[in-house]
Design a protein around this ligand. Structure first.
Ligand SMILES: Nc1ncnc2c1ncn2[C@@H]1O[C@H](COP(=O)(O)OP(=O)(O)OP(=O)(O)O)[C@@H](O)[C@H]1O
Length: 354
């Protein structure tokens, strides 16, 4: 029986588009050989509450679902199925992946791609297995996992395969991945559950405390994008924010500025700097010597926070720079892996056996 299935699977695979997937807490990106990034959507799914039934006939996924976050009436719910970089809701993740894979295949539901998926450093075997099974059940024929910092470093063209140390810091939505790499392997690495989401929480907590204003996660994120910073700005900024007064319960608006938001962000930023310091302290001296010259490369959406490079440079005394197109670095890396599966075989962290 198995020998009959194999040729059929092979045949179905012939028509598929192999893809690299950055399955992120905040965004999912898909990169395809020769075509680059062809899908970039928020990792959000809208379902009927208490079920896994995706609204709009399975189409309420991505940007369409994100617009509903915090605004759904009682019987509907907009869910982020990944939290802290790992799968929190297995079935909804599978449905989201299925929708994205089918979109890449333009509706041909019978094709079965090979996929490379990026995962945080140091996730457990059970968490790895969950990613592999979700992708397989969503229609993948073969799943390889690669650790996010390695994918990011390859995506921004760092010399990862050389015997020289480089430091990559990937500040995403759920996790900040920090790794010193040499010879395509992490020499020291860590995954910190402090990143963009915690920054949004810090902003919401500040507005509640200092302005008695309750805001949702989308508003907090918008504030971060608009006036958030990690270092003094050449011209400080202001913006108006709307929410619910925590005392009167009524809708209200207030004006906030970039100085107070920077202060609110200082705690998560300091935690990120401290985690980088710990990774650097564990690096062997020869690698540390390389890092004096090569410095740190920052990627992920958090790299777009104004002044983050200056804050890291000042905290650690090593030159930090923002990697090229930081939001797509990991996805571009997975795209390079899927093109060169044989070359990078040793890098994959996929444990199909376990
Ligand atoms: N201009 C900006 N300023 C500050 N933060 C930003 C900016 N643009 C995007 N971000 C933040 O980047 C984060 C998303 O980054 P990214 O897409 O790299 O994460 P992810 O890969 O989905 O998450 P993870 O790697 O944790 O699974 C969000 O928290 C988002 O608010």
């Amino acid at each position: 029986m198995a020998s009959m299935i194999k040729p059929l699977e092979w045949l179905l695979g012939r028509f598929s588009v192999d893809m690299g997937i950055d399955l992120g807490t905040a965004n999912t990106l898909v990169c395809v050989r020769g075509r680059g990034i062809i899908l970039n959507e928020p990792s959000v799914v809208a379902v009927r509450k208490g079920t896994n039934e995706v609204l709009n006939n399975g189409m309420a996924v991505g940007a369409q679902a994100k617009a509903m976050l915090g605004k759904t009436p009682g019987k509907f719910e907009a869910i982020r199925p990944l939290r802290d970089g790992v799968i929190a809701d297995f079935e909804v993740t599978e449905k989201m992946l299925r929708y994205f894979i089918h979109r890449v295949h333009e509706g041909r539901t019978w094709v079965k791609p090979r996929v490379v998926i990026s995962v945080p450093v140091g996730i457990t075997a059970v968490e790895r297995r969950a990613v592999i099974q979700s992708a397989e059940r969503a229609g993948a024929r073969k799943v390889h996992l690669v650790e996010e910092p390695i994918a990011a470093a390859v995506g921004v063209d760092l010399p990862v395969t050389e015997a020289t140390g480089c430091l990559i810091v990937d500040i995403g939505g759920g996790t900040t991945e920090i790794a010193v790499l040499s010879l395509a392997e992490p020499v020291v690495a860590t995954s910190l559950r402090v990143a963009g989401d915690k920054m949004d929480d810090a902003i919401a907590a500040h507005l509640r405390r200092a302005h008695n204003l309750l805001i949702g996660e989308q508003t907090a994120e918008r504030i971060k994008h608009t006036i958030g910073s990690a270092w003094e700005l050449p011209t400080e900024l202001e913006m108006e924010v709307k929410g619910r007064d925590s005392i009167s319960g009524l809708p209200r608006m207030c004006t906030i500025n970039s100085i107070e938001i920077r202060e609110a962000l200082s705690e998560p930023i300091n935690q990120i700097c401290e985690a980088i310091r710990q990774v650097l302290e564990e690096a062997p001296p020869e690698i540390s010597a390389d890092l004096v010259d090569s410095g740190a490369t920052i990627v992920g959406g958090g790299a777009l926070l104004q002044g983050i490079d200056t804050a890291i440079t000042n905290a650690l005394g090593i030159q930090s720079r923002i990697g090229n197109d930081p939001l797509t670095a990991v996805a571009r890396g997975t795209g390079i892996f899927i093109e060169h599966l044989d070359v990078y075989a040793s890098v994959f962290a996929d444990d199909d056996e376990g």
